[in-house]
Design a protein around this ligand. Structure first.
Ligand code: S3P
Length: 442
């Protein structure tokens, strides 16, 4: 349990956040499938990414941690074995709390000559896997839910020849898209994934940098396409992972709600498929400036945030929905809390995906903001926040969801009285040093 009080001083100075989780996972996976070594700096050493490392070690990949003698930078080296170099694991592949590991790895395993069994923790065993079982089966894979409930454990039988497909995903999901593209590396013929809006495209960017023939397009009907042609070998690479905008979001919010704050968050990934939070907060009146923008590869910048009184539009109503949602899906709990501190109503819609994250984030955000005194209602695809009521301290039940723990730690800084974050250890999923870094800023 962590006890937090209302902030008494402005938040100032500068801070680095750990590496991007999505990019870190992919650097291990694609490194494993590449020929030769891949060197990764800025890798996120968190429970989720360590699950990916452990799984690939079980599949026969050597992965070293070292400190570069020349500059003292921690480096992960993945000794890739090429697309056809994985070996069968002699036990179940355990993905912990990580949906990205579970879903992306399933795409790779579906194309191997050996059988696999893959599962994770209690949360993973409740999350929907039919979204990958359906397209992988269309490709000719033999993948099934062991308990027949469309969830993990998943049994994946090897030795299947996969065929390329054109798949129209009704939801924008980078995990589903990436799973299909990874299977597509082994398929005969083109693989195309359409989605209603472009989800994070780290797989496309990084696979292309490893030598794969893959790109994004906007289709005539406005949907987003990822197109992959198999046949190109992946080659070893050097990856420098930028800071995670999803982790930066907590400090952006802290600086926005604590009067007098001015904070610089350095070297944060600003891929535009991830930046919805910046766009939406600026529309709400946040003073956010990007400095030192570097556009090469995965774009990155320093983010300067100054305390701002957030406002809605003229009608005192603010709506977040549509194509913005996939670009800020993991930041919506934090944005909901920021909205609660503003003197206006916020409607979050088109966000039913929140229900199938590490917790049901519509229910868990509404439960905890209500406990803090906010007037908030859950809807089928989001929530309506009637801002303006002062927040007070409360016991926060994280449901072991890391993003809940961190978002409500920031809410505590704006609340009268004490807030207790129960089950705080879950921050280790994506940001093990979060509470230490936060304390350093207070
Ligand atoms: C992720 C994609 C998103 C996101 C998750 C990480 C990824 O999930 O919520 O935290 O790394 O591809 P969905 O693909 O389910 O939207």
């Amino acid at each position: 349990m962590i006890l937090l009080e209302k902030a008494t001083h402005p938040i100032t100075g500068d801070v680095f956040v750990p590496g991007d989780k999505s990019i870190s996972h992919r650097s291990i996976m694609f490194g494993a499938l590449a020929e030769g070594t891949t060197e990764i700096t800025g890798f996120l050493q968190s429970a989720d990414c360590l699950s990916t490392i452990e799984c690939f070690k079980k599949l026969g990949i050597l992965i070293d941690h070292s400190i570069r003698p020349t500059n003292g930078v921690p480096t992960i080296t993945v000794h890739g074995k090429g697309l056809h170099g994985l070996k069968a694991s002699d036990s179940t592949l355990y993905t912990g709390n990580s949906g990205t590991t579970t879903r992306l790895m399933s795409g790779i395993l579906a194309a191997q000559p050996f059988d696999s069994l893959i599962t994770g923790d209690m949360s993973i065993e409740k999350r929907p896997m039919n979204r990958i079982i359906t397209p992988l089966s269309m490709m000719g894979a033999d993948i099934s839910s062991v308990l027949g409930n469309d969830c993990a454990p998943l049994s994946i039988k090897g030795g299947k020849k996969l065929r390329g497909i054109t798949y129209r995903n009704p939801i924008a999901s980078a995990q589903v898209k990436s799973c299909i593209l990874l299977a597509g590396l082994y398929a005969d013929g083109e693989t195309v994934v359409y989605e209603p809006a472009l989800s994070r495209n780290h797989s496309e960017i990084m696979l292309a940098s490893f030598g794969a023939d893959v790109h994004n397009e906007v289709a005539r009907d406005g949907s987003a396409a990822a197109i992959l042609h198999p046949g190109m070998p992946l080659h070893g690479n050097k990856i420098n992972v930028p800071g995670d905008i999803s982790s930066a979001a907590y400090f952006i919010a802290a600086a926005l709600i604590v009067p007098g704050s001015e904070l610089l968050i350095r070297n944060v990934g600003i891929n535009n498929t991830r930046c919805g939070i910046l766009t939406v907060l600026k529309q709400m009146g946040a003073d956010i400036t990007l400095l030192n923008i570097n556009e090469s590869g995965e774009p990155r910048a320093d983010i300067l945030v100054k305390y701002s009184e957030l406002h809605g539009n003229q009608n005192k109503k603010f709506e977040i929905g549509g194509k913005d949602i996939p670009t800020m899906i993991d930041e919506l709990p934090m944005v909901a809390i920021l909205a609660a501190t503003g003197n206006f109503d916020t409607i979050i819609k088109d966000a039913a995906e929140l229900k199938v994250k590490e917790s049901d984030r519509i229910a868990t955000v509404v439960e905890n903001l209500t406990a803090m005194g906010c007037d908030i209602e859950a809807t089928d695809d989001g929530m309506i926040i009637h801002g303006g009521k002062p927040l007070h301290g409360a016991d926060i039940h994280t449901h072991n969801d890391h993003r809940l723990a961190m978002s409500f730690a920031i809410a505590a800084l704006a609340a009268e009285g004490a807030t207790r974050i129960m089950d705080d250890a879950c921050v280790g999923i994506s940001y093990p040093t979060f509470f230490k870094d936060l304390q350093n800023l207070l």
